[in-house]
Design a binder for this molecule. Structure first.
Ligand code: DGL
Length: 261
């Protein structure tokens, strides 16, 4: 089985990281649109073109399904892309439903962090109206984290100072749950923990997305066999260089650390 995983950049590795464990013996093609990251601050029209190019590439590589491991790209027009392409496409959206189900009854509020395109788009607003009837959730756009993740900077003073600044108008003591509504944000769990004064639950969409992929492909649960997969890494349609491989390896190590493996 061959699966395409697509993101604007290094964020989608969090979905790959999870998929590798749940889909043994799978050939993955990980497509990062490194020529055009960050997506979260670009126009929806511009993004449609980049997304179409990436999906075309993966279809030409004859994948059995595509995961859009990017909340921003998914928020643009996933139903439209599903009609246009001949393979199943699984998107991802900020895991607000899961957060409300798990922690909605707690006293402290839920903060949904995502990119500006996701936060300001109609899809997230509609999702909040659907699943957050009690208005327990607030949103914040953190585009600076995408740039920091692309530089491989997950925990420096620059990260803390960015977060402090970007969250300065929020009463952080009011929050008990943080939804990581951009795949690039998974890398920063330790930095987030330092910023929030109270212990915080993290909720991400990685597992839910891979479970949805398995449902779409009608794949049965298998005993995890993490070493029996292979992955081709592609940057905007080109095979990656050695330096890029090192960057990817550093990101995967950070994901091992934040997901405690
Ligand atoms: N990783 C992407 C997401 O989940 C987008 C990051 C970006 O390129 O701005 O939204």
């Amino acid at each position: 089985m061959k699966i395409g995983i697509f993101d604007s950049g290094m964020g989608g590795l969090s979905v790959l990281h999870c998929a590798k464990k749940m889909l043994p013996e799978t050939h993955f093609i990980f497509y990062a649109d490194e020529d055009h990251v960050p997506y979260g601050e670009k126009s929806r029209e511009e993004l449609r073109g980049y997304i179409t190019r990436a999906l075309n590439y993966l279809v030409e590589r004859r994948v059995d399904a595509i995961v859009i491991a990017c909340n921003t790209a998914t928020s643009i027009a996933t139903p439209e892309f599903r009609q246009k392409f001949p393979v199943p496409i699984v998107g991802m959206e900020p895991a607000v439903k899961k957060a409300v189900e798990l922690y909605g009854t707690e006293r402290r509020r839920i903060l949904v962090a995502a990119t500006p395109v996701t936060v300001n788009g109609p899809k997230l607003q509609a999702l909040l109206e659907r699943v957050d009837a009690e208005h327990d959730a607030d949103t914040v756009a953190l585009p600076g984290l995408v740039r920091l993740a692309e530089r491989g900077d997950f925990s420096s003073a620059a990260v803390s100072s960015y977060l402090r600044d970007a969250l300065s108008s929020y009463d952080l003591a009011a929050y008990g749950t943080l939804v990581l509504g951009c795949t690039h944000f998974n890398y920063f769990k330790e930095s987030f923990k330092k910023i929030f004064p109270c212990p915080i639950h993290f909720v991400d969409g990685n597992l839910g997305t891979v479970q949805q992929l398995k449902r779409v492909l009608q794949v049965e649960d298998a005993t995890p066999a993490p070493d029996r997969h292979c992955c081709d890494y592609v940057f905007s349609g080109r095979p990656v260089s050695r330096t890029a491989r090192e960057r990817i390896a550093a990101c995967l190590r950070q994901l091992d650390a934040v997901f405690h493996l």
